[in-house]
Design a protein around this ligand. Structure first.
Ligand code: ZN
Length: 370
């Protein structure tokens, strides 16, 4: 079956190496995307991926939205509080031309590394600031339930050190922290990544969206969610139609994938939304295959593909201030050498840099664009 040809903004892409710019552009072309939203994540070895994302916006200003990561270097170095403060960091991101903030901090391994509850004073003013400015946040909280269960965790997740024993916060504890944040900041403009890992609990997903009108969910796999959707296909199809203004298309495409892998991945999600084709997913042995797609109406998929994103974040990417971007890369370059890598958090060091100091490398590239 041939897929429709709508405009698509992929709200959830990771980019970690300026050498791979052409790959990302090819993926965008072959997947038929209009734009991508690049999400920077924190990293104990390089602070975050903001330099790479700024580079893409500088080079292709109309193609990329960018959501910046925070700087926890002072916390990781044992100073306790964030320096600069998290609210100052938000102001800097806005000044540079970021379109939102990305937090992967609610992934259990990241939450354990940082040790700062989301409903504690460490984050209080920061979330209030985001709410007051209505600056969008894309927030990864939790992980698939199976990752806490030694019997059920899939092998690929175990290999990435994503098995959570009792030294990690529980799924429920993380929900409580984040829901306390929403109680305090009910208008926070937030997109929860990976459906907030609620695809096993339709009632809870509904009440979350009913209670907080600025909460949205992206359907970036977590492929467990597609098995869940398919298992209760009729109920979930009704859910998607009912909450059509609150759901966003995302893929987790990143520069570690080949062009073919990325395009197949993007199309498989679309086939699930647009058709009722049987689809073999193959990531959770023992779960029911093939999956059966939702075959949503066109006006619903249009919202999921780009209309919701453009309403929440903006019709076009914000302009980048090149001088401010260079200044921030230089600041980050100075921090990288100070960071010690803790062995047990290696699993958090996604996309290890090919150059010694990636922020310095990007600063040099940006200077040449002046
Ligand atoms: Zn992601």
């Amino acid at each position: 079956m041939v897929l429709s040809n709508p405009q698509i903004v992929d709200c959830h892409v990771h980019f970690g190496d300026v050498e791979d710019a052409d790959l990302i552009l090819s993926i965008m072309r072959d997947a038929g995307f209009k734009r991508m939203n690049l999400l920077s994540i924190i990293s104990p070895v390089r602070v975050n991926f903001n330099p790479e994302d700024m580079y893409m916006k500088a080079a292709y200003p109309d193609l990329f939205y960018i959501f910046g990561g925070l700087d926890y270097s002072s916390t990781l170095l044992g100073l306790g509080k964030a320096e600069p403060s998290l609210t100052e960091q938000v102001d800097t991101l806005i000044k540079i031309g970021f379109d939102g903030v990305k937090m992967v901090e609610g992934k259990p391994i990241a939450r354990k590394l940082l040790g700062k509850p989301f409903d504690s004073d460490f984050y209080k003013e920061y979330f209030e600031h985001l709410e007051a400015l209505q600056f969008p946040l894309l927030f990864h909280v939790n992980d698939p339930e199976e990752f806490w269960d030694p019997e059920k965790i899939p092998e690929w997740a175990k290999q990435r050190n994503w098995y959570y024993d009792e030294t990690y916060p529980t799924k429920e504890a993380l929900y409580t922290e984040v829901e306390n944040v929403l109680e305090n900041c009910p208008k926070l403009k937030v997109i929860f990544a990976h459906f907030y890992f609620l695809s096993g609990d339709l009632e809870r997903a509904s009440s979350l969206l009913d209670n907080y009108k600025n909460v949205h969910l992206d359907i970036t796999p977590g492929s467990e969610m597609y098995y869940d959707f398919s298992d209760k296909r009729e109920e979930w199809r009704d859910f998607f139609i009912r909450y059509q203004d609150r759901i966003l298309y995302g893929t987790d495409i990143n520069n570690g994938m080949t062009l073919e892998q990325a395009v197949n991945h993007a199309n498989r999600i679309r086939r699930f939304l647009e058709t009722e084709d049987p689809i073999r997913w193959g990531t959770y042995p023992g779960r029911r295959e093939p999956l059966i797609g939702l075959k949503l109406p066109d006006h619903v998929t249009r919202k999921i593909y780009f209309e919701n994103f453009e309403r929440i974040v903006g019709e076009k990417p914000r302009p980048l201030d090149l001088e401010e971007a260079i200044k921030e890369c230089e600041r980050l370059a100075g921090l990288v050498s100070k960071l010690r890598v803790k062995e047990e958090f290696k699993a958090l060091s996604w996309m290890r840099p090919k150059v010694e100091n990636p922020a310095e490398h990007v600063a040099n590239l940006l200077r040449k664009m002046k």
